[in-house]
Write a protein that binds this ligand. Sequence first.
Ligand SMILES: O=C(CO)[C@H](O)[C@H](O)COP(=O)(O)O
Length: 208
Amino acid sequence: MKIQLAIDLEDVDGAIQLIDKTKDSIDIFEYGTPLVINFGLEGLAKIRKQFPDITLLADLKIMDVASYEVDQAFKYGADITTILGVAEDQSIKDAVKAAHDAGKEILVDMIGVTDVAKRAREIDAMGADYIGTHTGYDLQAKGETPFATFAKIKENVTHTKTAIAGGIKLDNVDEVKAADPDLLIVGGGIATTDDPAKTAAEFKAKLK
Ligand SMILES: O=C(CO)[C@H](O)[C@H](O)COP(=O)(O)O
């Protein structure tokens, strides 16, 4: 299982410092949506320049004009970008094609999807690289977790790699291991701890 650190900070220099501290334990770094909102893809390019060899995901949560936005993410240094599972089929197919033409990857974020099993089967057939459960902050605040939805995804995909996100902390690692995703995405569970380097290393050790 790979681990992705979601960097949902509000400044690029803070993101650079966080990457520097945690890079020995993390497989994929996510340029989170707050960074996209505040600094656009210029911030992503700054991170790429600083770290030419890391795997970078741009969390664009694309909804439309998919080929263009996917191409922009890769032009500015991403290896993977995200599109929403609630987007039109055509947009998801366009995103997958644009990514694969560029030798890159697409993660479909299932936030807000109501019929998860059906949509997971459809997305599996569209050739996305990853399909991810995502309990957003607004539902985390109501006590929701991603595990039940993740199980539905896992049951309904045949070849797409699976990802889980939404409020995962070190305390949840046993449940994550039982769920068995290909990719674990952690944001606050690493970034907001007193010692992110130590927490990231603990995640890595526990996931072995
Ligand atoms: O995409 C996101 C918010 O929209 C976050 O990156 C994702 O939820 C992971 O962060 P956390 O572990 O803090 O929930």
